[in-house]
Design a protein around this ligand. Sequence first.
Ligand code: NAD
Ligand code: UPG
Length: 465
Amino acid sequence: MKISKICCIGAGYVGGPTMAVIAQKCPHIQVKVVDINQARIDAWNDSDLDRLPVYEPGLDKIVADARGKNLFFSTDVDQAIKEADMVFISVNTPTKTYGEGKGQAADLKWIEKCARQIAAASDSDKIVVEKSTLPVRTAEAVKDILDNTGNGHKFQILSNPEFLAEGTAVEDLLDPDRVLIGGDTSSPDGLEAIASLVDIYANWVSRDKILSTNVWSSELSKLTANAFLAQRVSSINSLSELCESTEADIHEVSRAIGKDSRIGPKFLQASVGFGGSCFQKDILNLVYISRSYGLTEVADYWEQVIKMNDHQKGRFAKKIIKSLYNTVSGKKIAFLGWAFKKDTNDTRESAAIYVADHLLNEGANVYVYDPKVSEEQMYGDIDYLNSRSKVDNRKLLQSEDDPYDVCKGAHAIAILTEWDEFKDYDWEVIYHSMQKPCQIFDGRNLLDKEKLEKIGFRVYSIGKS
Ligand SMILES: NC(=O)c1ccc[n+]([C@@H]2O[C@H](COP(=O)([O-])OP(=O)(O)OC[C@H]3O[C@@H](n4cnc5c(N)ncnc54)[C@H](O)[C@@H]3O)[C@@H](O)[C@H]2O)c1
Ligand SMILES: O=c1ccn([C@@H]2O[C@H](COP(=O)(O)OP(=O)(O)O[C@H]3O[C@H](CO)[C@@H](O)[C@H](O)[C@H]3O)[C@@H](O)[C@H]2O)c(=O)[nH]1
């Protein structure tokens, strides 16, 4: 089937960049990205490209290139579904916060809503593509809804999980390690649907990088990839604590093991803990699924990755408190960074939120600077934890637009995000503006420890004694 119109439901961190790249690379296809969030759609349509809702290096140029030509953002979901030959579902699938599976299972209510809406709005056959990350066997439920609530039209369900990482979304989309397409490989209609999606990606991705599998393998591969990546971070972070007790150096250990081609050098950077909207939720989902099949050992094995990550965030906060003579009450602590990694404005599950919460519980005054995160976002994140009243959060946590103001008069600085600009600050000036002894807690091992120590700072780096 030749695809000429695509609709993507969900204009978030995945839907926006993914569709912008498809539109740029396939000028012959009309791409409509739709969302129920009017403010988000308005921001995607904003003529000021600095106001796009997702910050990703290079994304503004791609949007500018395609928007208004063959890329459109709208809130008219039904109309976009009607017109499309292929409908991508790219809505959020967060961890459930209520009922059965609370705290572990993926909340599929937005997926179900989409399926029902596609069924109701369709007046022709369609290919429906799961772009969201979903529990294995979700396609079965989506198909059941489409087949039983629709107007008699035929639907083919494909799983096409997205592997982009935030901060490098554009380069990941332009040059992916692989594209994964799961479909009904046992029927001619299924194979034709798979071929249609392969043809779209083949406009810029070489065919040998486009893998097709059955739907269940595709759904499970996405959870598995994230579990393996997060496991590496928890593994190296667990050893960072051992390094601190033994005078081994985690950087040297990472380098030494990463040279082994069977291990490889990536994802061995010790840190204050992994964040982001995906790792924790997807592993919890894997744990939940495994338990629901009665596979207790499998569930316990993967759950440990999360426990280790929680431990790493907690021990970083405790280290700050201990080094400040066991009390941070009334003390100013400067945070450099709030996003869960550099080059993104996304803060979901950022380690900074949990470290801040720990310090606020101890009565600290936390002042934050992040080049891409607004004060409103920071308050939203900290309020969401419900640890204290909103009024108290606004008394204890402040955001500043100038990193030098954030550090002025501080008892300690904590680096929570590895933004490149932090390396280039005038650390002499910062040293002279702070309370003595000046302490830096580098949760990303970003700064030049030796240089800072020469200035007079006491520096704590992860995994270094
Ligand atoms: N963020 C990432 O880096 C990343 C990478 C790979 C995969 N994923 C997966 O992709 C999915 C989307 O993630 P995201 O980060 O883009 O989420 P997001 O929250 O940024 O965006 C989801 C959007 O869907 C919209 N939406 C929800 N229900 C809707 C409906 N019924 N109709 C129209 N719009 C609706 C929301 O308003 C929101 O704007 C998730 O399953 C996630 O696990 C995310
Ligand atoms: O060596 C490392 C690598 C990463 N991290 C941290 O791990 C988290 C996740 O980083 P990363 O994986 O780069 O970003 P995400 O955007 O969360 O991307 C992950 O999650 C996405 C959503 O499913 C997947 O598509 C990507 O393939 C997968 O890398 C961040 O807090 C990083 O700081 C470390 O602490 N050390």
